[in-house]
Write a protein that binds this ligand. Structure first.
Ligand code: NAD
Ligand code: MG
Length: 378
């Protein structure tokens, strides 16, 4: 079997590390051609030593690259603009985008423009520019394969079940660390409290997003764009065990679900090997003693979820503004500048402004992102 040439963007993060586990465990299937990161240059240097054929792109501080011995080496791309250049030269069959935040958008487009399939963990690419990403992929007949566990589940369910007779998507949410906290107590939540996720071990930004339910809000928008379905036909259900990754409900009443242990290696492996079936790497789910619970999300305590539905329904540039305001507010919360409940206040104020009018090409999307950030300064 010919090995698939794989680029891993955001190789030092939580998605990146899980992807490396998959690549090492299924080494006859993959040949890494590019690793990228924005910090932890030392980890990138170790990857370069482990996979000497792969290119390395580091967009963080030059001094950090020098200290890690990356500077001046063959196959190394340094600087903010070097990542898209490295993607263009890597010649990957599939690119896993595990970059966090809006910084992932341009690399997603660059990967598709290089002729690579896109295994997409970076949900922000779709929230900001779903139509552009999907149009770029379609024009080159390349697949965009979701890695987010909920979307991977729905992608697989729809592939197997077909869309005929589909009534709605049911996205599951763990509920995050504050699922049982009162509105009063939420006002006192610290970054440390918010970073203690009950079921998933992830990067800081997505972990805070899971605590506010902004992550589920971003995922509702991601699902609407990826699966071309309206806001009214996407429901969120809190399921604290994170065993059911999502479900589809059919008009005839049947509900199909995907269940597995909460382990990102499965959706990553499936996306990297798509459309082939994957051999088992993860531990099997045990049913003995398993208890599954479900509750309605509380939109009063977690307004970020209802703001996402509002932004999706409003169209125009509202989802770009939602994403940008949230990124600014999360950074401010982590820096101790605003309270936990201040995150949704910042987003509400930004979304109260006028973001009607479309942004459909890359320059206008990036400009709308910049304007939204300026409007969300805290
Ligand atoms: P993380 O913070 O652990 O890692 C982010 C990676 O992106 C790092 O390698 C970092 O160096 C790189 N990066 C950060 N800023 C960058 C920039 N400006 N330019 C280039 N590279 C940059 O994040 P994560 O938890 O791995 O999440 C990555 C993405 O995957 C996010 O969009 C997140 O929503 C999504 N996702 C993550 C998980 C998970 O389990 N961690 C699950 C579903 C979806
Ligand atoms: Mg998810």
């Amino acid at each position: 079997m010919k090995k698939k040439r794989v680029s891993v963007l955001g190789a030092t993060g939580s998605i990146g590390k899980n992807a490396l586990d998959v690549i090492r465990a299924d080494k006859d299937a993959f040949s890494p051609v590019l690793f990228s990161a924005n910090s932890r240059a030392g980890q990138l240097a170790s990857l370069s030593a482990e996979f000497p054929e792969a290119k390395v792109a580091f967009s963080g501080r030059r001094e950090a690259a020098e200290a890690a011995g990356l500077d001046g080496r063959k196959n190394v791309f340094l600087g903010a603009n070097a990542l898209c250049e490295a993607i263009a030269e890597a010649g990957a069959d599939v690119t896993l985008n595990g970059i966090s935040g809006a910084a992932g958008l341009e690399p997603s487009i660059a990967a598709l423009n290089s002729g690579s399939a896109l295994a997409l963990a970076n949900k922000e690419s779709i929230v900001m520019a779903g139509a552009l990403v999907l149009k770029t992929a379609a024009s080159r007949a390349l697949p965009v394969i979701p890695v987010d566990s909920e979307h991977s589940a729905i992608f697989n369910l729809l592939r197997r079940q077909g869309r005929e007779g589909l009534k709605e998507l049911l996205l599951t949410a763990s509920g995050g660390p504050f699922r049982t906290w009162s509105a009063e107590r939420l006002k006192t939540a610290t970054p440390q409290d918010a970073l203690a996720h009950p079921t998933w071990n992830m990067g800081r930004k997505i972990t805070i997003d899971s605590a506010t339910l902004a992550n589920k809000g971003l995922e509702v928008i991601e699902a609407a764009r990826l699966f071309d379905i309206g806001a009214d036909d996407i429901k969120v259900i809190v399921h604290p065990q994170s065993v059911i990754h999502s479900m589809i409900r059919m008009n005839n009443g049947a509900v199909y679900a995907q269940l597995s242990r909460p382990d990102m290696r499965l959706p990553i492996h499936e996306a990297l090997r798509f459309p082939e079936a994957v051999p088992a790497l993860c531990e099997e789910l045990e049913f003995e003693g398993l208890c599954l619970n479900f509750e309605k999300p509380d939109l009063v305590r977690f307004p970020m979820l209802s703001l996402a539905y509002d932004a999706l329904r409003a169209g125009g540039r509202y989802t770009i503004a939602y994403n940008a305001a949230n990124e600014c507010a999360v950074a401010a919360f982590l820096a101790g500048k605003i309270s936990f409940t201040g995150i949704s206040d910042v987003c509400r104020q930004t979304l109260d402004m006028d973001w009607s009018g479309e942004a459909d090409d890359l320059p206008s999307i990036l400009e709308s992102d910049r304007l939204s950030r300026a409007a969300s300064m805290v």
